[in-house]
Design a protein around this ligand. Structure first.
Ligand SMILES: [Zn+2]
Length: 310
C-alpha cells in the first residue's frame, strides 16, 4: 500500500496517498499447471492522481516470460473493435499526409487502411507482429530511431491496449509527448477504471483478472496527465471493448446481476438463492463473471498546444 510509505504510486510517484479498494485471491493464467501465477492481490487507487493499480504484480522478468509464451496471433482480431473504430474516426479528420505513430501497433491492422493517405509509423516489440505490420505498409521504427529521429514529428501518437500494460505510464507518455508536433494529439485507448461495474469490486473486475493488466485509467488520472503534459484540451469517450451481439449481452447482464445479488445478500438469503434456478450457478462462482459488454473502455485524447509553451 502507498500508505505504508513502502511503495510509491506508479502513476505519479506519490507516497502515503493510496487507498485499498478491494482484494482477491490469486489466479493462474492460463489456468493450467504451466500457467503463470498472479499471487493474491489488492487494487489500489492513488488519492493524488487517481490511477488504479494492482499490487503485487508479476516482476518484469516474469511478465517478459509470460509475453514470450504467447503465440504471435494472440493480439490479432479479424475486425476493428469499438475503441479502434473511434480512433479511426479521429484519423479520418487529419489532413492528408499526416504523420501517425501507432505505439505497440501489433500487426498494424489499425493503420493498415490509412497507409496510402498518411505516413503511418509503427513500433512493436513482438518480432513476428512487427514483420506483419511492415508487410501491411507501416514504417517500423526501432527503439533507437523512434527516440532519436522523431522529436516534434507526429501529428498523432496512438496507444491502443497498451496503457494498462505499463509499469509507469506517465513516464512513457511524457516521452511520446515529445514526439508530437505542436497542434498534434496523443490518443490512448484502454480500460475505463471509472465504470460502475469496475467500482463494484475492482479486484473482481475482469480487467484486473488479466495478469498483464497492471493499471487502469480513470478520469482523474486523465486530468492529471493533461496537466502534467501541459495539454491544450482533452476528450474522454467511453465505449465497450468488443462488439457483443444482443443475445450474448443479455446473458452477460443476467449473469452479472445474479452474481452480485448473491454477493450482496446476507447469508440466510444467499442460502435460499443458492436453491433457486437462475441463482444456483451464480452462487457457486468464486469470481465475478466476465462483464465485457459494458462501457469498460475509454478513448482518451490530449491535444498539444499549437505553440510550444516554454
Ligand atoms: Zn498517483
Amino acid at each position: 500500500m502507498f500508505s505504508t510509505g513502502a511503495v510509491r504510486c506508479p502513476g505519479c510517484g506519490a507516497s502515503g496517498g493510496g487507498l485499498t479498494l478491494s482484494g482477491a485471491e490469486g489466479f493462474c493464467q492460463p489456468p493450467t499447471d504451466k500457467g503463470f501465477f498472479q499471487p493474491d492481490y489488492h487494487i489500489l487507487e492513488c488519492t493524488s492522481c487517481g490511477l488504479l493499480c494492482r499490487s503485487p504484480t508479476l516482476s518484469d522478468e516474469e511478465l517478459s516470460a509470460y509475453y514470450s509464451s504467447l503465440e504471435s496471433g494472440h493480439w490479432e482480431y479479424p475486425t476493428l473493435n469499438p475503441p479502434e473504430r473511434q480512433i479511426s474516426a479521429l484519423i479520418a479528420s487529419l489532413p492528408q499526409g499526416s504523420n501517425i505513430l501507432d505505439f505497440g501497433c501489433s500487426s498494424g491492422r489499425l493503420l493498415k487502411p490509412w497507409v496510402n493517405q498518411h505516413r503511418c509509423f509503427g513500433f512493436e516489440i513482438n518480432g513476428a507482429a512487427a514483420e506483419k505490420a511492415a508487410e501491411r505498409g507501416l514504417v517500423m521504427l526501432t527503439e533507437e530511431t523512434l527516440w532519436s529521429e522523431h522529436e516534434n514529428q507526429f501529428h498523432m501518437v496512438i496507444l491502443v491496449d497498451v496503457f494498462e500494460h505499463l509499469r509507469h505510464p506517465a513516464e512513457l507518455l511524457r516521452r511520446l509527448w515529445s514526439l508530437i508536433s505542436p497542434g498534434g494529439c496523443l490518443v490512448v485507448g484502454t480500460g475505463n477504471g471509472d465504470h460502475w461495474a469496475c467500482r463494484l469490486d475492482p479486484a473482481q473486475f475482469w480487467y484486473f483478472r488479466n495478469l498483464e493488466h497492471l493499471c487502469m485509467l480513470t478520469h482523474k488520472y486523465a486530468v492529471y496527465l493533461e496537466k502534467e503534459l501541459a495539454g491544450a484540451g482533452k476528450s474522454w469517450v467511453t465505449l465497450s471493448h468488443y462488439d457483443v451481439p444482443w443475445h450474448a449481452r443479455m446473458r452477460l447482464h443476467v449473469a452479472h446481476a445474479a452474481y452480485w445479488i448473491v454477493q450482496y445478500s446476507p447469508e440466510p438469503v444467499r442460502m435460499v438463492l443458492s436453491w433457486l434456478p437462475g441463482f444456483r450457478k451464480a452462487a457457486r462462482w468464486n469470481n465475478a463473471p466476465n462483464y465485457g459488454c459494458c462501457k469498460d473502455h475509454v478513448v482518451f485524447t490530449v491535444k498539444k498546444p499549437s505553440v510550444e509553451v516554454s
